[in-house]
Write a protein that binds this ligand. Structure first.
Ligand code: PMP
Length: 303
């Protein structure tokens, strides 16, 4: 699988893949103040492609930019259309879409405010984020020794490039220890999220997910809650420790990249193969994004 595409949308124009370059003194490259999104489009059962919850992703992108005081030179409508145009130009019916807003070259100090704000949109084909086997059989995860940013250490509600250093360190550690993904605890020791996923835990009839305090308000998380509610389940947004995962009947993670990924083992305690609630949520999600679930159809932007 390659991230190469024909063209990348760069500041309003389509640029051939190999020419979509930036200056080495771009501010964001040094300090990590940039904001981005991860969006997916899927081949539809009725033909063509469609982007899932595009409007909500553009809203979150602009919210992230606002929180970071990045003045975006494009409107919601322009960015929305640019995502669709980039997919069409690259003739991709199924793709991962990556808009990124970053500060370019100019002043180098941390107080720089007048550097140009650049926007790019890239698209590529990205399969199962945690592997096909992970999506089918479930992944093995471990609690990280790295703590998620405390509420007042960062703007966790924003999808900021620099935040991901914390995630990458946790992911490297988990992978080096033989696990697929890390579970991050917050500064009080409560379960926060994965490095790029939200998390759900099921025991008996109780389904819990961490409240949005210092985690990213995942769009797939919201979708999973809606799917569960549509199917008669109640979801409680609350705090819980890692012990809730150790005695869970089912655990799953959600993310645009990870979709709905079952968790089969936490810190060497077996959770077991994907259970009925996880299977149902995953099945509805993967069919819904492809236009097979009636109530989810309005969430799709066809092209
Ligand atoms: N948490 C983090 C830290 C993430 O990076 C992501 C991926 N964007 C998520 C949760 C899941 O969010 P979404 O479902 O909107 O992709």
């Amino acid at each position: 699988m390659s991230i190469r595409s024909k063209v990348i949308w760069m500041d309003g124009e389509f640029v051939p893949y190999d020419q979509a370059n930036i200056h080495v003194l771009s501010h964001t490259l040094h300090y990590g103040l940039g904001v981005f999104e991860g969006i997916r489009s899927y081949k539809q059962v009725g033909g063509g492609g469609a982007v899932f919850r595009l409007g909500e992703h553009i809203d979150r992108l602009l919210d992230s930019a606002k929180m970071c005081m990045l003045k975006v030179p494009y409107s919601y409508e322009e960015l929305f259309q640019a995502c669709v145009d980039t997919l069409q130009k690259n003739e991709l019916e199924e793709a991962y879409i990556r808009p990124l807003i970053f500060l370019g070259e100019g002043a180098m100090g941390l107080g720089a405010r007048n550097n140009p704000v650049h926007v790019i949109i890239a698209v590529w084909n990205w399969g199962a984020y945690l592997g096909d086997e992970g999506l089918q059989q479930g992944v093995r995860v471990a609690t990280s020794s790295f703590t998620r940013h405390a509420v007042n250490a960062n703007l966790q509600r924003a999808k900021v490039t620099g935040h991901y250093v914390n995630s990458i360190l946790a992911r490297y550690e988990a992978n080096d220890n033989g696990f697929d993904e890390a579970i991050m605890l917050d500064h009080n020791g409560y379960v926060a999220e994965g490095t790029g996923e939200n998390l759900f835990v099921i025991r008996g009839k109780t389904i819990k997910t961490p409240a949005i305090t210092n985690i990213l308000g995942g769009i797939t998380r919201r979708t999973a809650i809606e799917i569960l509610q549509h199917n008669g389940h109640e979801v409680i947004e609350t705090q819980f420790g890692r012990d809730a995962l150790y005695v869970a009947d089912e655990v799953f993670m959600t993310g645009t990249a990870a979709e709905v990924t079952p968790v089969r083992e936490v810190d060497r305690r077996e959770v077991g193969p994907p259970g009925p609630v996880t299977r149902m949520t995953q099945d509805v999600y993967l069919r819904g994004v492809r236009g097979e679930i009636e109530w989810m159809k309005p969430l799709l932007t066809t092209y």
